[in-house]
Design a protein around this ligand. Structure first.
Ligand code: GTP
Length: 360
């Protein structure tokens, strides 16, 4: 059996306003807090003990997941007094680990949706006799990421900052946010101060001659850090494109949770998820979107690739496309909100107040 640390303490600034009241790993994707999918996948891979490294809005995790027994896990929670960054958070939970110095400990970023073969990462780590092994994924456009080139044996040769010019793009491999550490390496991270595992720990280990092994796994991978990615990830879970044992229902065009009400002539497509207590009115069309608990989509509204926060109201005939509506916001009838527009929690938009013009 293996143990894992899940990093869930980030502020999730890119996902605001959804992360104003809810930490990113607790925002529902396909009807359940996103973290549920990661915990269920870890369990399915043989992990039995998980330590959650919490900071921002730390108090909401334990009331939901408790001791983890419902998921077949033993869960522990450690909250930082001040945010310690990714490396500092890993070090801060070290005293909760049962592993011996040479044992592998899995570490996951709390905002990655992936089909990674977790057992294969541990097997690669063991067979390479590495100090740390990293899941690497290939991306079509690596410009927005730190690059991780490897040699012919898969051993990491460098950690490169975001490339600035085309010559700097020496590989399309990026850090995919899942690691296997020897327990003893975790104990070498400085305690009690912020540390970035990506910017400090990994480059430091490499320059000290440590063995860092990369495992390229080109399975499904998505960083759910932005609203567009979050909506995509939730829809892919509903559609069955992204693997998770925790989707609460059958895969298909839509997922309607118990206690939601969808009018008979409303149309839900593209992996739309409708949470408990939400209402979708007559003739409304909702495509590839996430409708959170208690939200109301009034008759005739057209919602595409959007996220509607808990208790928000979308007025009749309003059009949303790529929009994020914060919890409790009220968008009146006959509005048109497109292209990544974000409406803050509790904001009110009057009937017919916002129009989109393609001339602008
Ligand atoms: P943005 O603010 O939108 O960049 O999101 P974020 O705060 O989640 O940061 P980022 O995506 O870089 O974080 C990667 C992972 O590390 C996420 O799962 C975060 O929850 C987690 N994380 C980031 N900073 C901290 C921290 O200081 N403490 C803990 N415990 N986790 C952290």
């Amino acid at each position: 059996m293996t143990e894992a640390i899940l990093l869930v303490g980030g502020k999730g600034t890119r996902l605001r306003p959804l992360t104003v009241n809810t930490p990113k790993p607790m925002v529902p994707a396909a009807g359940v807090p996103f973290l549920t999918h990661q915990l269920a996948r870890a369990r399915a891979a043989g992990v039995d003990h998980v330590v959650l490294a919490t900071s921002y809005l730390a108090e909401v995790f334990e009331p939901h997941f408790g001791d983890g027994s419902a998921l077949g896990l033993r869960l522990e929670y450690v909250t930082e007094k001040e945010p310690l960054g990714t490396g500092g958070a890993i070090r801060n939970v070290a005293d909760r680990l049962d592993s011996a110095p040479g044992d592998p400990v899995l570490i996951f970023n709390g905002d990655i949706l992936t089909g990674l073969d977790i057992a294969a990462l541990v097997a690669t780590h063991r067979s390479a006799r590495a100090d740390v092994s990293l899941h690497l994924t290939r991306v079509a456009d690596p410009r927005a990421f730190g690059l991780v080139p490897t040699d012919d044996d898969g051993r990491v040769t460098a950690f490169l900052e975001k490339p600035e010019s085309p010559e700097d793009i020496v590989t399309d491999q990026i850090n995919a946010g899942a690691y296997c550490f020897n327990r003893s390496v975790i104990d070498t991270i400085p305690a009690g101060r912020p540390v970035s595992v990506e910017r400090e720990t990994f480059p430091g280990l490499l320059s000290d001659g440590a063995h860092l092994q990369g495992m390229v796994d080109s399975t499904y991978w998505l960083d759910l850090g932005t609203p567009q990615a979050f909506v995509r990830g939730s829809a892919d879970l509903v559609l069955g494109r992204a693997p998770s044992p925790a989707v609460p229902g059958r895969h298909g065009d839509s997922l309607v949770l118990a206690g939601a009400h969808v009018a008979d002539d409303a149309k839900l497509t593209g992996g739309t998820a409708v949470s408990a207590g939400a209402v979708v009115g007559s003739g409304a069309r909702v495509d590839g979107s996430t409708i959170l608990a208690g939200a109301v989509i009034e008759p005739g509204a057209v919602v595409t690739s959007s996220l509607v926060g808990a208790g928000a109201v979308i007025g009749a005939r309003t059009v949303l496309e790529g929009a994020v509506i914060g919890d409790g916001a009220r968008v009146g009838a006959d509005n048109e909100l497109r292209h990544g527009v974000r409406v803050w929690c509790g904001a009110v938009i009057a009937d017919g107040a916002v129009r989109f013009s393609s001339d602008q």
